[in-house]
Design a protein around this ligand. Sequence first.
Ligand SMILES: Nc1ncnc2c1ncn2[C@@H]1O[C@H](COP(=O)(O)OP(=O)(O)OP(=O)(O)O)[C@@H](O)[C@H]1O
Ligand SMILES: [Mg+2]
Length: 330
Amino acid sequence: MGRDMADYKNELVGDHPSIVDLNRLISRVATSPARTVLIYGETGTGKGLVARLIHGLSSRKDKEFVDINCAAIPASLLESELFGHEKGAFTGAVDRKLGLIEAANHGTVFLDEIREMDLTLQAKLLSLLDTHQFRRVGAVRSTTVEARFIAATNKILLSEVNAGAFREDLYYRLQVVAINIPALRDRGDDVLTLSRHFIARYNTIYNRNIRGLSDEVTGIFLRYDWPGNVRELENLLERIFILEDEDIVLPKHLPDRIIRTVRAGGTEARVAGPGKLQSAAGNFHEATADFQRKLVARALTEANGNVQDAAKALGISRHALRHQMQKLGL
Ligand SMILES: Nc1ncnc2c1ncn2[C@@H]1O[C@H](COP(=O)(O)OP(=O)(O)OP(=O)(O)O)[C@@H](O)[C@H]1O
Ligand SMILES: [Mg+2]
């Protein structure tokens, strides 16, 4: 389903203070001279949408917005896709081809899943960010380009630096203007505001008249932990529009998985909340590791990836935090 920018009134839907602040930051960054921006957020939190909003609110809006998913293009092809190539640069390069970055001159390049870019290309990207120049594959001379680069990731990049998978210098370059998008479960009752937004939109698209969520579904939505974030909510509601006839969203329309998770009390409440532990705890080691992973990831996010600050917030030593990160595979 095509998602039209016109649906979003140039900002993220949501009233939670973190989203109000985020909208302010987005318009600030859009009109700023910043040439690199890093967006961090769990899957489905709206990274792609934020990148488009930044482009749409900037003076670059009439130039190209080039969207490149670094995970979707094989490493061997990514360089020529980005930088283009000269005639005869490699077997099959029968003509000169302009890269996506050249196509985005004076516009915006969105590098989604930046973590998946290999180390050699990361070095070439850093050099481009520093000099505004790059070389097409097989070219002798460099080409100059002026573009804003917005990179996105759902990985804690600092851990990737520590693991040797991401260049430290590129990380610090990107980190200058960093935007963190909170998970849906941390946005209070924005899940209800977003539900109203999507229901209104699908009422128009599918010519229906669904009035809203039943009280019981409202309670479930507020307690569910939404691992797939806004995308999960949006897809769930669209599916209900397609498959169900009632004019109100009822618990029976929800997948068993959601009902089961909520009954079990979500990850955190599974341990701390009320209810019978024996039926709710699941696998002890899995549940505690999951909780630790979330806690550590959150501390790192809030500290903008600074291990020292994150360790302080958690009340453990820097050494202990690094150990935890390694153990939890962060
Ligand atoms: N605050 C919001 N208001 C309205 N729609 C939103 C909001 N956040 C996300 N969406 C919508 O939710 C869907 C998922 O957002 P998006 O694709 O930008 O997430 P993402 O973080 O890029 O996900 P992934 O990590 O899977 O690439 C999109 O259809 C987007 O338009
Ligand atoms: Mg995305």
